[in-house]
Each structure stands twice: as C-alpha cells, then as structure tokens.
Design a protein around this ligand. Structure first.
Ligand SMILES: [Ca+2]
Length: 402
C-alpha cells in the first residue's frame, strides 16, 4: 500500500534536521555553546506535571502478553566525583550536563594519550561507564571530537589517576559513534580511567571533546539501560541539553525513585525505517549492555508497506538480541497541509497489537493536542522535548516496579 499522490510531497520535501542547524560556537579548549540557565524549579515542576494524567492514552489490544520482567536500578554514582586528567576541566565530565561546556582532550596519540580519571569513594563490584561526545548530533558523527581508539582501565592503588597499576576493562579500536557504554569489573578498585589514543581523521581543529562520563552501579544486577534509536526528532529530544531537561532519565527518577536510567542517544537525522533496519544490528552490537531500545521511527517514511516490514524486522532483531523494544507512535506534524501521520500510526498500532508489545508513548495524540510545541511543524521545541521525554518515561511504567 502506498499513499498515492501525497507521497511525493513527503519524499521530495524530506525532513529538515532542525536540531542539526544549531550552531556550535567553537573556541580553543572547548565548545562554548549557548547555555541557558536551567530552572532550579524544573524538577519540582516535573513532579507536578507527572501527577497530571496524559490527555491521550492508548493501550495494546486483546491478547496482551504477560507483564514483562521489571528493570533493576543502576544508581548513578559519578555525579560530582573527584576527577583528574591529561588536561584541566575534567570536572565537566561529571557535572551531569550535556552539550554545554566540554572537556577538551586535544589531539591524542598512542604515545601521548588524552585521559580522564574518576576516583570513587565507595566500593562497587561492577560499573557501567557511559561516555558522550554530544556535539556530534548524529550517532555516527565524530567530527566534533568523538574518540576512535580508546581503552577503559581501573586501578586500586593509583594515588593521582596516573601512577599505579591499571587493569584493562575495555579496549576499543575503530569506534564509529558519538556515545558508548561499557560494563567495567570494579571489585576492589578505586579508580576508573578513559584513555583516548586516536581520533578520526576528519576532526575539528581542537580535537577530542567529551562532555560527560557517567558511572552507574551494576553491582546489584542493574539493567536500567536504554538506547534511543530514531531520526532527528530523537537525536534532538534525547540529547539532554539543559534547555531540554528534565531528560528521560530525570523523568524516570521522579516517577520511580531509586532509578537513574543510563541513556545512549542513537538518533540519526533523516533516518527512515527501511534504513534503520540496516543499522540496527550495528547499534545493538555497539550497545551490548542495553536492555531497552526506544524507537521513534516513521516520521521520514512515505511507504506504508516499507514501514510495516522495516519496523517488524527491527522489532525482530531487537527481541532476538534479548532486548525490549518500546515503539512510539509517530509524532503529529503540522508541516504539511494533510495529516500523513495518522495512517502510518495505524501500522504501528497493528504491530504493537500483533506482537503483544508494551505500547510506546502516543506522541501523535500528545502533539496533536499541542501543535504549538512543534517549533517547525515537525520537531518538538524545548518544552515539547521535555514533554516527549516525560511521555516515554510514563509509557515505560510497565517496565518498572510499582
Ligand atoms: Ca558535563
């Protein structure tokens, strides 16, 4: 089935990557992007907002599967931790802020690597280390300072993050993406260190930029680890920039005290579902620790059969990898005169019913009721991004203990 004449409009016009148009203000030693002061009342406001029922709800149909196993918490333990590194300002790596001031590591080589070390006060048996180079907008973009070769190490006896005996926990070569997560054995250890030895050939003049390293405690079997696979909407909404907070993780923390999800934003601007199916194996392989794959796909699609086949195949691959898919309804759009989205969401609704999936958020209903939250008729504005993260957190409730 195809849309007919209206399809051409979608195909020809395509989808502009509005978030990709955001300018980066470059300066030696780091990217200084526009930073808005985050309201100190944001989390309080979030609590109030979460207490308000969503106006649009939906659910899987008859034949719902048995309730899924519940996620287990992996507390975030690196916020404000003691840091040091080969260059100053490593405090920026543990300040909980993304896309703002960045730690600049210069141009590392195997002989002169760039490194950042974090010392933890408490004991843990196992950690999840997640690093992010957020100024790269697309998941496979690296120009804005993502590392190509790096390793993760731990130490029990270092006195300054540099000396002492170090144990290799991960050795990565030819990394192709802007954010990764690694499980790190930490029994008896005090320090964890990321050592970057090579950047991609094409990189900005200032070199390595990392904006956050997060350590989550996996000692008690935590598996609250999420990958967000989608198009430019997903890439922008889930970047956790100050103006788009509270983030998904912060919304979950309010709804489910004790939970602080780990997040990997694998958004790919202009991605269509039939292209996503070719990338999903790689995304899954790059994120072996992830438990849930949140999908926001279909906004750029124009062919219903392709959409149905691709989304079905993507769900198959995610489930075959032992992970849980959470498929959102495609957000409402005002970019075109006609509503092309509703019929695509029928495909999504049918897939969720047939596969017995947990329904993702109804982003169609949410934004249809609030079209002023779409800044270009397609991408959520900053408050709309907060809404979208919160709706994902609400939809995820079946995955969390009551
Ligand atoms: Ca930061």
């Amino acid at each position: 089935m195809r849309f007919g004449a209206s399809v051409n409009c979608l195909k020809v016009t395509g989808v502009r990557d509005a978030h990709g148009l955001q300018s980066h203000v470059m300066a030696p030693g780091g990217i200084l992007s526009t930073r808005r002061v985050r309201s100190r009342f944001a989390l309080l406001a979030l609590g109030a907002a979460l207490a308000t029922p969503a106006t649009a709800t939906w659910a899987a149909g008859p034949g719902d599967p048995a309730p899924p196993a519940k996620l287990r918490p992996n507390p975030l333990v690196s916020l404000g931790a003691w840091t040091t590194g080969s260059r100053p300002d490593t405090v920026r790596l543990v300040d909980g802020r993304f896309r703002g001031a960045t730690w600049g590591g210069g141009h590392p080589t195997p002989e002169q690597p760039a490194w950042a070390a974090i010392r933890l006060q408490r004991r843990y048996r196992k950690l999840l280390l997640t690093w992010t180079s957020s100024h790269n907008h697309g998941y496979f973009e690296q120009f804005y300072g993502a590392p190509r070769d790096y390793r993760i190490e731990t130490s029990a006896d270092s006195t300054n993050g540099e000396d002492g005996h170090w144990v290799l926990a991960a050795d990565v070569k030819e990394n192709p993406v802007r954010s990764r997560a690694h499980a790190v054995p930490f029994e008896g250890q005090r320090w964890v260190r990321m050592v970057v030895t090579r950047l991609p050939e094409k990189v900005n003049p200032w070199g390595l930029f990392l904006d956050e390293i997060e350590l989550h405690d996996l000692s008690a079997g935590g598996d609250d680890i999420w990958v967000f696979l989608g198009d430019s909407i997903s890439a922008g909404v889930f970047d956790r920039a100050d103006e788009r907070r509270p983030s998904f993780a912060e919304s979950v923390a309010v709804l489910h005290p004790g939970f602080t999800p780990a997040m990997i934003n694998a958004g790919l601007p202009r991605l269509r579902s039939w292209e996503a199916i070719d990338r999903v194996d790689e995304v899954l392989a790059l994120n072996p620790e992830a438990t849930v794959v949140a999908l926001t796909l279909g906004s750029n699609d124009a062919d219903l059969d392709k959409l149905r086949d691709a989304l079905g195949g993507i769900i198959d691959k995610i489930q075959a990898a032992g992970k849980i898919p959470l498929l959102a309804r495609i957000p409402y759009q005002t970019k075109y005169d006609q509503d092309y989205v509703a019929v695509k969401n029928q495909v999504i609704d049918q897939l969720i019913r047939e596969r017995g999936l947990i329904p993702g958020p109804d982003l169609y209903g949410w934004f249809k009721a609030r079209p002023d939250r779409l800044h270009d008729g397609l991408h959520p504005d900053d408050p709309g991004s907060v809404d979208m993260s919160r709706e994902f957190a609400r939809a995820a409730a079946p995955l969390y203990p009551p």
